[in-house]
Design a protein around this ligand. Sequence first.
Ligand SMILES: Nc1ncnc2c1ncn2[C@@H]1O[C@H](COP(=O)(O)OP(=O)(O)OP(=O)(O)O)[C@@H](O)[C@H]1O
Ligand SMILES: [Mg+2]
Length: 234
Amino acid sequence: MLEVRGLEAGYGSLKVLRGISFSVPTGKVVALLGGNGAGKTTTMAALTGIVRPTAGTVTLDGEALQNQPSYRILRKGIALVPQGRQLFPEMSVLENLETGAFVRGRRGAELEADLAQVFERFPRLKERATQRAGSLSGGEQQMLATGRALMARPQLLLMDEPTTGLAPIIVQELTRIIRDLHRAGQTIVLVEQNVRMALQVADHVYVIRGGQIVQEASADSIRDDEEMFRAYLG
Ligand SMILES: Nc1ncnc2c1ncn2[C@@H]1O[C@H](COP(=O)(O)OP(=O)(O)OP(=O)(O)O)[C@@H](O)[C@H]1O
Ligand SMILES: [Mg+2]
């Protein structure tokens, strides 16, 4: 269970997050929706220690994370699939996946077992294991960024706008993958601007605007009245 309470963060004198609170129960998928500049990526950065929160608390299964350095937070089991994927373009698919396992210090047979699992989930990555990551299609790169995060065996998977720039059929594939992860018990925070996609996979939805949560609801309750909900996104 992730609990975020009154989270504030920014860049220098620029205050971006102005008291963000939300909960992610274990095994659930929670979507954070919001327009450009709402503070979604900054929230991900604050959760992972990339940006240091100036106020508020982040607890994972009761343990406070808000003052811990990034590497510790990763080791506690939070993995981020960053916006824009942030792969190592000159490294191979396999090497990119191995960097995901590094944080847990897994090697040898354990590493092989984790790789086999990721390749099972993403067969196309297996076919392209030796290919340069930078030469993959956008969809394949997103699969690789997701696979890399899964190599850390995260308790909590954060995904920042995974569908951006992808063709509808690839978005569908990604939707199916997130559903499969959900079914396997993976706890996920999904940041999206694609409301329809988010509603297909999320249990609960929060809307962030101007660095604050302005709306929250169960995905079930919104599905019936999506248009009204869309208005909240501005
Ligand atoms: N490194 C940075 N330095 C200074 N300001 C930043 C930095 N990163 C983001 N900001 C500012 O913080 C605000 C929130 O940005 P953030 O990236 O969190 O938005 P977002 O909701 O993720 O938007 P998008 O959907 O476009 O990715 C914006 O006004 C942005 O200009
Ligand atoms: Mg962003």
